[in-house]
Design a protein around this ligand. Structure first.
Ligand SMILES: Cc1cc2nc3c(=O)[nH]c(=O)nc-3n(C[C@H](O)[C@H](O)[C@H](O)COP(=O)(O)OP(=O)(O)OC[C@H]3O[C@@H](n4cnc5c(N)ncnc54)[C@H](O)[C@@H]3O)c2cc1C
Length: 359
């Protein structure tokens, strides 16, 4: 039986970023990924680092800000290790809202039309956010090699089939044999309930990429409560997204695509002439209160009885897992090593929910 200090189940952005953080402090880390790393929600995402989205739950604020502050060094480290740069594609977002949040100012019509020529306000106020976006496809190319270069063993096509705490270690059954680990971190996204019983359910998002006609140009993200348009450069724009409870189904529904295109065109009419170049769907991992679950996978009473915590959880990042990954990794490292957390982990405690019989 093989042994690793830290086992991570799940090779999405959350699992890989935690692996990178722990490997950087000298831990021996092994990641087990059911299929290809970065091929699920972390590949399908829009890539907005939307820390100031007024739709975000207020309890997410401190973790969002921590993550946002860590992003430049995270991307620099990925580039240094992989030799691949993950560029920031946009630096600003124009947010449309029916209720202007405190501290923001409505953009005047001239400024609005300069930033997003042709935008239809439809009675909404628009304000400007200094907010970055990146392409998750860039990250999906660079992060797995970066993690490997940091010394992490990344086993693809290797699902964790079961995991049990066994005295001084955790015993794992994987598709490529049995392992023991000092600690195990579950980061299996929408599939987390299967192994842990923690309530992370899939929320389907259908997405479109279009090629704009030459006459149209967009350099900032446009976002309302209903729709977002994210420029990727060279006239490509990603439009999203549906939020559906459809189990693990990732089929594309042409009616949903038509509706997304119509909603996008009602906000920004120049998109009407665009050619659809790709459609896809991904599964956001959502907890019942739409906040992530980060911490020990046990209830408080059981945890107090033990000296060492062996099984941990980082899942349920819902609409913001790309943004939240570096902050989650930092918080996880601090909790595992007993360091003072940079943000209060209380809103993300796993024991705010009962576990089902999955564990
Ligand atoms: C359409 C859409 C748009 C989005 N837009 C944004 C955005 O603009 N900004 C943002 O911040 N976030 C966005 N998100 C959310 C973000 O993509 C997710 O929150 C994030 O990717 C979750 O990362 P993860 O690593 O937890 O999950 P995933 O990326 O799904 O990774 C989980 C991994 O675990 C693996 N796995 C499952 N079971 C096992 C097992 N038993 N053993 C081993 N491996 C297993 C899976 O194969 C998968 O690779 C969006 C999501 C979607 C779907």
């Amino acid at each position: 039986m093989k042994h690793t200090e830290v086992a991570v189940a799940g090779g999405g952005i959350v699992g890989l970023t935690i692996a990178l953080e722990l490997a950087s402090m000298g831990r021996q880390v092994t990641v087990f990924e059911r299929q290809r790393a970065m091929s699920e929600a972390s590949w399908a995402a829009g890539g907005m680092l939307a820390a100031a989205d007024p739709e975000n739950p207020p309890a997410l604020h401190s973790l969002s800000e921590l993550s946002r502050s860590l992003y430049p060094q995270f991307l620099a480290r990925v580039a240094e290790l992989s030799g691949m740069k993950v560029p920031i594609r946009t630096r600003q977002t124009i947010q449309g809202t029916s209720h202007l949040p405190y501290g923001f100012f409505t953009l005047d019509a001239t400024t609005l039309n300069t930033l997003a020529p042709g935008i239809e306000t439809d009675g909404r106020s628009f304000f400007l956010l200094e907010e970055d976006s990146l392409s998750p496809r860039d990250l999906a190319r660079a992060l797995p090699p970066a993690v490997r270069a940091a010394g992490v063993a990344l086993h693809e096509d290797c699902p964790v089939l079961s995991a049990q705490e066994n005295g001084s270690h955790v015993k794992l059954a994987t598709a490529q044999g049995e392992w023991t680990a000092d600690i195990l971190i579950h980061a299996t996204g929408a599939w987390t309930a299967e192994l842990t019983g923690a309530p992370s359910t899939p929320r389907k998002g259908q997405m479109i990429e279009v090629q704009l006609p030459q006459s149209a140009q967009l350099d900032v993200v446009l976002r309302t409560e209903e729709i977002y348009l994210i420029p990727r450069g060279q006239g490509r724009v990603v439009i999203g997204a549906t939020v559906e409870d459809a189990g693990f189904d990732k089929e594309i529904d042409p009616r949903a695509i038509e509706e997304l295109m119509a909603t996008a065109a009602s906000l920004w009419p120049p998109v009407r002439g665009a050619e659809i170049v790709e459609t896809w769907a991904g599964l956001r991992p959502a907890s019942p209160d739409e906040l992530p679950m980060i911490g020990p996978l046990e209830n408080g009473a059981e945890q107090k009885k033990r000296r060492e915590q062996r099984i941990w959880l980082a899942a349920g990042h819902f609409r913001n897992g790309i943004l939240l990954a570096p902050g989650t990794a930092r918080l996880m490292r601090q909790m595992i090593t007993g360091a003072t957390p940079s943000v209060d982990p209380a809103p993300f405690r796993c024991d705010r929910f009962a576990l089902s019989s999955g564990q």
